[in-house]
Design a binder for this molecule. Structure first.
Ligand SMILES: Cc1ncc(COP(=O)(O)O)c(C=O)c1O
Length: 424
């Protein structure tokens, strides 16, 4: 076979396998530590002179298969799996900053990332500038010597904002600033940010990658193309005194970024993924392409159905012809812009919560990317902590409802929505 394997092949086969036992599925290595063959072997592992496992906080063979598989699907140089998507987002930035650093972020963000950027990072002396999505001039105006990264999401809810990769990546590369993209809602099946100019990709694997609402996990993928010898990142070229004086930009080849994250942050912050969760996320990955096709098909049909309903006002889904980002969605997500969307119903806050309470098939919970269809009222839950101004800026109104469409029969989903809408 000379050509690179296709997506469906990689989602089943990419990643290391145990060569002695040769199991068909990746085994769950439910262990904390690994036997050293002798004192020399232990010393060699600690000195990085031999490859192998020492302690599961720093790495585990089940985790490694997950890392290799997501890395192959995203087209990266290396990946690190972590305990949650939030750990992936925070590590992707913490790997680049120190006190006095600055980040520039799209203001259309998942609420947890917003909190991290708005409240937690500033406590550690890291300032985050929020800019409107897809505004290269606003980014350019904020870039200075302290800027360490630009952050955005491929598709951001609740407005269904689609990232204009070309314009944002253009400013980043002009100024040699790494571009981090959260690709959770799209997954590598619908969009591969590294091929559109991103340098680093992050995922909440808890969502569509796992796909069944059972397991937390996150992954950071290093594109391997950013030049970490740049004067903006002296710490990547200076010896790491906590790790045998390794100079990541010079000694770790094209995986300098992810090697530093694993050696320092995973070791020191301890957000390692459980081997069992890594196994379940791998199992989810095996059917990712099939599930995403059905997720998108159901979302396309349901959003059209809702758009025509007299009680529905605005449906925010970039797959609809009248969505302001439809052109961007067609360019960067030709297979479809995922299955998360939102809409407003007539009757305000009371009508919105009454509608949610009337649904029977949709699960009412705080998650997305499950095989089951999910619903939530953002203004009173996921976005309740935002100020009125920030809520308005992120497009959350009192009557807004967010849906993550699952894989059920379309007619059953329509019937459930119709019944709940007709109550009002
Ligand atoms: C876009 C996005 N990024 C990151 C996260 C955080 O992921 P996790 O809940 O796995 O920590 C979420 C969670 O909803 C998300 O939607």
């Amino acid at each position: 076979m000379t050509d690179a394997p296709g997506f469906s092949t990689l989602q089943l086969h990419a990643g290391a396998h145990d060569s002695e036992v040769d199991p068909s599925a990746a085994p769950i290595y439910q262990t904390v530590a690994y036997q050293f063959r002798n004192a020399q072997h232990a010393a060699d592992l600690f000195a990085h002179e031999k490859e192998g496992n020492i302690y599961t906080r720093m790495g585990n063979p089940t985790q490694q298969v997950l890392e290799e598989r997501v890395n192959a699907l995203e087209g990266g140089a290396g990946a690190l799996a972590l305990a949650s998507g939030q750990a992936a987002v925070s590590h992707s930035v913490l790997n680049l900053v120190s006190r006095g650093s600055e980040i520039i972020s799209s203001s259309h963000l998942y609420g947890g990332t917003y909190n991290l950027f708005r409240h937690t990072l500033p406590r550690f002396g890291v300032e985050v500038h929020f800019v409107p999505p897809n505004d290269p001039e606003a980014i350019r105006a904020r870039i200075n010597d302290r800027t360490r990264a630009v952050f955005a999401e491929t598709v951001a809810n609740p407005a269904g904002t689609v990232l204009d990769f070309e314009s944002v990546a253009g400013v980043c590369s002009e100024h040699s600033v790494p571009f981090i993209v959260d690709n959770t809602l799209a997954t590598p099946y619908l969009c591969r940010p590294l091929s559109h100019g991103a340098d680093i990709v992050v995922h909440s694997a808890t969502k569509f990658i796992g796909g069944h609402g059972t397991s937390m996990g996150g992954v950071v993928v290093d594109g391997g193309t950013f030049d970490w010898t740049s004067a903006r990142f002296p710490e990547f070229s200076e010896p790491d005194q906590s790790n045998r004086d390794i100079r990541y930009a010079l000694d770790a080849g094209d995986v300098a970024y992810i090697a530093r994250m694993r050696s320092q942050l995973l070791r020191d912050l301890g957000a390692c993924i459980s081997p069992f969760n890594a196994f379940l996320l791998l199992q989810g990955l095996e059917t990712l392409s099939l599930r995403m096709e059905r997720h998108v098909e159901n979302a396309r049909k349901l959003t059209h159905f809702l758009q025509d309903h007299p009680r529905v006002r605005n449906v925010h889904y970039p797959g609809l012809p009248n969505h302001p980002h439809r052109v961007l969605a067609d360019r960067y997500l030709p297979r479809g812009p995922g299955s998360v969307f939102s809409f407003e119903i007539t009757g305000g806050h009371a009508a919105a919560v009454d509608f949610i309470d009337s649904l029977r098939l949709f699960s009412h919970l705080a998650n997305l990317g499950d095989a089951r269809s999910l619903v939530i009222h953002p203004a009173s839950t996921t976005h309740a902590q935002l100020s009125e101004e920030d809520m308005r800026r992120s497009g959350v109104t009192p009557e807004l409802i967010r849906i993550s469409v699952g894989l059920e029969n379309l007619e059953d989903l329509k019937a459930d929505l119709s019944r709940a809408l007709e109550r009002g």
